[in-house]
Design a protein around this ligand. Structure first.
Ligand code: ASP
Length: 343
């Protein structure tokens, strides 16, 4: 007997879902019925496709960890019934939400494919149609009864990227996302060419959803001339548990005594300081230059080649697990979901 593949499209908001009102011509968010009107080709898939909409819909700039939990709940509640999930999401914070899902959904063995668009579906030149159709195709792809992409990924403009390796780097081009330190999971032209060696393997364990997220973290982005007052103000945030120090190049920072003392004091107080480079390609290598050696000696942790988006999500997830700080520090150095290259 033929059992169709079941796909759930979860629409959280963002540009992609905006369609034109037939009477007024103004853009409004789409509903399940309009999805088929906009993309009639969806009716040609052999898959059974359902549509779940967030209420209210969100511009992704308004997304926060509570919405990540809402999304994880929808996936958890529907996990057994569906073979794959397509998440329609605004592009602005897609890299953060995709990173968060990768950590929150432990033992994920089904595809969760994020997509969106730069132009609304309701516009003639929209990139949303192709993005959505291919995201559905990828979420349904199976070989020997096993999903080809059993992980959280972002599909945008011909490329499938690991979710927790992505950053939005272009506010205008259809090709809006990059994954500087990890190859695409698939490239799409006439064929969908999966990069099998780069895709996580399923572990066939039961899904475990982590919903406790601790947002007592901050990001200190270095720039020439950053004042000690500014650094100190961030380090004295009440309840602060972790800092992402966005450094230059391979993890370098100024060797100014006051700055180093402030970081050292924070570490002594039990605050985790993670060194993440401002560069979109390449890795932190603490000790390569004098300007990062002292950070390492003081106990700053190397973020290696993790993105800031992924570091934010990973810290919130790990701090929310209730693990002790030493354990959290250890886990920050290891790849949990393919988010960094561990040597
Ligand atoms: N501001 C929109 C959002 O992130 C942009 C987009 O959808 O691409 O929700």
């Amino acid at each position: 007997m033929f059992t169709p593949i079941n796909i759930l499209i979860i629409y959280t908001g963002g540009t992609i879902g905006m369609v034109k009102d037939k009477v007024t011509g103004s853009l409004h968010p789409l509903n399940g019925k309009e999805l088929y009107e906009q993309i009639p080709i969806l009716g040609k898939f052999d898959y059974h496709i359902d549509f779940h909409s967030f209420d209210p819909l969100l511009d992704s700039s308004n997304m926060n960890p509570k919405h990540w939990v809402d999304l994880a709940n929808v996936i958890e509640e529907n996990y057994e019934e569906y073979d794959g999930f397509v998440v329609l999401h605004g592009s602005d914070t897609m890299a953060y939400t995709a990173s968060a899902m990768s950590f929150m959904l432990e033992n994920l063995n089904k595809p969760v494919i994020f997509t969106g668009s730069q132009l609304p579906l309701g516009m003639i030149r929209s990139d949303g149609r192709e993005n959505l159709v291919t995201a559905i195709e990828i979420s349904a792809a199976r070989e020997e009864e096993t999903p080809v992409v059993p992980e959280v990924a972002v599909y945008f403009e011909n490329k499938l990227l690991r979710g927790n390796r992505t950053s939005k780097f272009n506010a205008e081009h259809f090709s809006a996302f990059m994954s500087g330190n990890y190859p695409p999971l698939a490239e799409v032209g006439v064929h969908i060419k999966f990069n099998y060696g780069a895709i996580l393997k399923p572990n066939f364990k039961s899904l475990k959803v982590h919903k406790e997220l601790d947002n007592n973290i901050t990001i200190i982005k270095l720039f020439p001339g950053i004042s000690n007052e500014s650094v100190m103000a961030q380090l004295s945030i009440p309840g602060l548990r972790a800092v992402i120090l966005e450094t230059y190049g391979s993890g370098n920072a100024m060797t100014d005594k006051c700055f180093l003392e402030a970081i050292g004091t924070a570490i002594k107080k039990g605050i985790l300081v993670l060194n993440v480079t401002q560069c979109k390609l390449g890795s932190v290598e603490m000790g390569k230059y004098l300007t990062s050696r002292e950070l390492g000696e003081m106990g700053v942790i190397s973020g290696k080649d993790i993105t800031t988006e992924s570091a934010v999500a990973k810290l919130m997830y790990l701090l929310g697990t209730g693990l002790g700080m030493e354990e959290v520090k250890k886990l920050m150095a290891y790849s949990l979901r393919g988010e960094l290259t561990s040597s």
